[in-house]
Design a protein around this ligand. Structure first.
Ligand code: PMP
Length: 435
């Protein structure tokens, strides 16, 4: 079949009639599948069950430095957990703070602290300023955008490219506007584009010369060890080294967690920063808690031993995940290849496939899928304010479904993209004939 955009109105009409029939037959099956959130499936969770028995008696709950993990204390985290998470973040253990169960929680709280109290380099707390702005590479992570929106921060979209955010634009914007106080970054296997920032992007970010003296990069390395091809992982160069070289040691906070390594919601989260920033934020955290869950930190440290143990564990995850990604990619290719109606990435890690439809077709596609029983992340969610200016991007999360369900859902998605595209193109033909 020719590319859809080249079809005549009559051909499009015929094609859309055929697709509608096919769609109705599938919708009548009443299926119920969900590809909306990036979650491990239950078999993946089971490989972490050893955590549940990692601490067997009260004699075993002392950290390597003698800290009693059953008691208050050690706000910054126990040494073996700091070492483990330093391995994930590619920093020194003394630059790491291990907190509770969620890195998103940490990011939210760090932003809240800067908002209410400012940073050591802030002329004023951000809440006292008439406007605070934030750079949001997009497509990006919806929950990041919700955090900045929640604080009333004005979000500025920066397009993602295959090497990371559009750096020409980032450099220009931060240099020109002191109201721009920060930026979201997901540097490895980005959510949802799968992009790993190139060395040049990391160096340019580290060397930014923002007009705001308290500009802060939120470097969310959520997928640091989530390679789908562990023998050929993407390499991310060290932001911390680049910041030091560029004379900007305080310009970033690094985050990660074991949410998609062990148990989402019951893992451990960590943050790395310069000594100055770490002690500043720890002082603020000390007002909100006496100490975090060190038993869980100890469990994780004992279960993995070291970062090598975690990497071996991640190989097992890749074994579960790679076939699901492949099934979805193969199905999309089979359904949509050569039709000129969609393009998508082939991720090498992380939890998502990012797909772009023709302009103006993403919302309709997601709506059609939903009505036929497949839930996707809402169209637009990958952009600030939930608004995709071109209405093109769809995030696919193939991890939670079985491979069979992932195939069925991808087949329906392909069909819905074709139907939405045929409708859109037909509408254009009718409008151009009328004008
Ligand atoms: N950051 C990114 C980029 C994510 O994709 C996710 C999970 N979907 C999170 C953070 C959430 O991490 P946590 O469970 O540690 O809060």
């Amino acid at each position: 079949m020719s590319q859809y955009p080249e079809l005549t109105a009559a051909q499009l009409k015929e094609e859309s009639g055929r697709l509608k029939k096919e769609y109705k037959a599938i919708a009548a099956k009443g299926m119920k599948l969900d590809l909306s959130r990036g979650k491990p499936d239950h078999t993946q969770l089971e490989i972490s069950n050893g955590l549940l028995n990692a601490l067997t008696d009260t004699a075993a709950i002392f950290a390597e430095d003698g800290t009693d993990c059953g008691n208050y204390g050690m706000l910054e985290g126990i040494p073996e957990a700091r070492r483990l998470m330093a391995g994930m973040l590619d920093v020194n253990p003394d630059e790491v703070f291990v907190g509770g169960n969620s890195s998103l929680n940490m990011m939210h709280d760090c932003l809240g602290i800067a908002y209410l109290h400012g940073l050591p380099s802030s002329p004023a707390p951000w809440c006292k300023l008439p406007r605070v702005k934030w750079l949001c590479p997009a497509p990006g992570y919806d929950r990041h955008f919700m955090v900045t929106e929640h604080y009333g921060i004005e979000m500025i979209m920066v397009p993602m490219t295959p090497t990371g955010p559009d750096m020409d634009l980032v450099e220009e914007l931060v240099a020109a506007d002191s109201a721009i106080k920060g930026m979201w970054c997901i540097p490895k296997y980005s959510n949802p584009t799968g992009v790993t920032y190139s060395p040049e992007t990391v160096r340019r970010l580290a060397a930014l010369r923002p007009a705001a003296p308290d500009f802060l990069i939120f470097w969310d390395n959520a997928y640091a060890v989530h390679d789908l091809h562990p023998d050929e992982p993407d390499e991310l160069i060290s932001l911390t080294d680049c910041l030091r070289e560029a004379g900007n040691p305080n310009m970033a906070l690094l985050f990660t967690s074991t949410s998609k390594v062990t148990f989402p919601g019951s893992g451990i989260a960590a943050m790395a920063a310069s000594k100055e920033n770490l002690s500043y934020f720890l002082r603020h955290f000390s007002f909100q808690t006496i100490s975090y869950d060190k038993l869980n930190q100890l469990r994780h440290a004992r279960f993995f031993g070291d970062i090598g143990g975690m990497r071996r564990h991640m190989r097992s995850h890749a074994g579960f995940l790679a076939p699901k990604f492949q099934v979805v990619l193969d199905t999309l290719q089979k359904q949509l290849g050569g039709l000129g109606v969609a393009e998508w990435n082939t991720p090498r890690g992380g939890y998502f496939i990012s797909l772009n439809t023709l302009e103006g077709c993403a919302k309709r596609t997601v709506e059609l899928c939903k009505a036929a029983g497949v839930t996707l992340t809402p169209a637009g969610a990958t952009f600030p304010y939930g608004a995709d200016p071109l209405d093109r991007n769809i995030r696919i999360a193939p991890t939670y479904a079985t491979p069979e369900d992932a195939r069925t859902a991808a087949e329906l998605l392909g069909l819905c993209i074709k139907l939405a595209s045929a409708e859109k193109l037909l509408g254009r033909c009718v409008r151009s004939r009328a004008s």
